[in-house]
Design a protein around this ligand. Structure first.
Ligand code: HEC
Length: 166
C-alpha cells in the first residue's frame, strides 16, 4: 500500500473511532438507554435506592413539593405572576401520569429545555448540575415507591406503552 493510501486509511479509522466515541457519549446521556424493555428507569422496589431517594427528596424537593409529597396548597391555580404552585407527587397529583423517561427529563433538564421554550415560566429548578443521574433516578424511585400498588401498576403499564411507541 502506498504512503498516501495508508494516511487516508488512518484518517478514516480516526474518524470512525471519533464517531464511535461520540455515539457512546450520546448514548450514556440518552434516557432511552436508561430504560429497560418495559420502559422503566426507576426501581421503587429497591429499598436501598428508595432510602437514598427519600434523603435526596427531603433536601431538594420537599421545600416545594411538601414533606409528605402533598404539593403546595391550591396547586391547580396559578399564583401571582402566572407561576404554577408545585404539584403533589402523591396519587392526587399527575406525576404518575408521566412515563419514567419524561419524569427523568423534567427533573434533569427542566421544563424550558424539554418544551424547547426558554421563556417557559416555572419555579421548578433544573437539576442537571445539582444531582447525578443516579440521584435523580433514586429520588423518582422514592416518589414512585410511595404510590399505592394500583397506581404503581398503572404507571408500569404506561411505561410499557411508552416503550413500545419509541
Ligand atoms: C423551588 C420549588 C421546587 C423545587 C425545590 C422542586 N420543584 Fe418540582 N416543580 C415545581 C413547580 C412549581 C412545578 C410545576 C411546574 C410548572 O410550573 O408547570 C414542579 C413540577 C415538577 C414535576 C412535574 C410534575 C407533573 O405532574 O407534571 C416533577 C416530576 C418535579 N417537579 C420533580 C421535582 C423533583 C424530583 C424535585 C427535587 C429533586 C423538585 N421537583 C424540586 C417546583 C419545585
Amino acid at each position: 500500500m502506498s504512503k498516501s493510501k495508508l494516511k487516508i486509511r488512518n484518517i478514516i479509522i480516526m474518524i470512525l473511532l471519533a464517531l464511535v466515541i461520540l455515539w457512546g457519549i450520546n448514548n450514556t446521556i440518552s434516557t432511552n438507554k436508561l430504560a429497560n424493555k418495559q420502559g422503566a428507569i426507576f426501581t421503587p422496589d429497591n429499598a436501598k435506592i428508595v432510602a437514598l431517594g427519600e434523603d435526596i427528596y427531603d433536601k431538594n424537593c420537599a421545600s416545594c413539593h411538601g414533606a409528605k409529597l402533598e404539593g403546595e396548597a391550591d396547586w391547580r391555580n396559578p399564583k401571582e405572576g402566572g407561576f404554577l404552585p408545585a404539584p403533589p407527587h402523591d396519587k392526587s397529583g399527575h406525576t404518575w401520569h408521566h412515563t419514567d423517561t419524561l419524569l427523568f427529563n423534567i427533573t434533569k433538564y427542566g421544563f424550558a429545555k424539554i418544551s424547547n421554550n426558554e421563556n417557559f415560566k416555572t419555579n421548578m429548578p433544573v437539576f442537571e448540575n445539582v444531582l447525578s443521574d443516579d440521584d435523580i433516578i433514586a429520588v423518582l424511585s422514592y416518589i414512585k415507591s410511595t404510590w399505592p400498588n394500583e397506581i404503581k401498576q398503572r404507571h408500569d403499564e404506561l411505561n410499557a406503552s411508552g416503550a413500545q411507541a419509541q
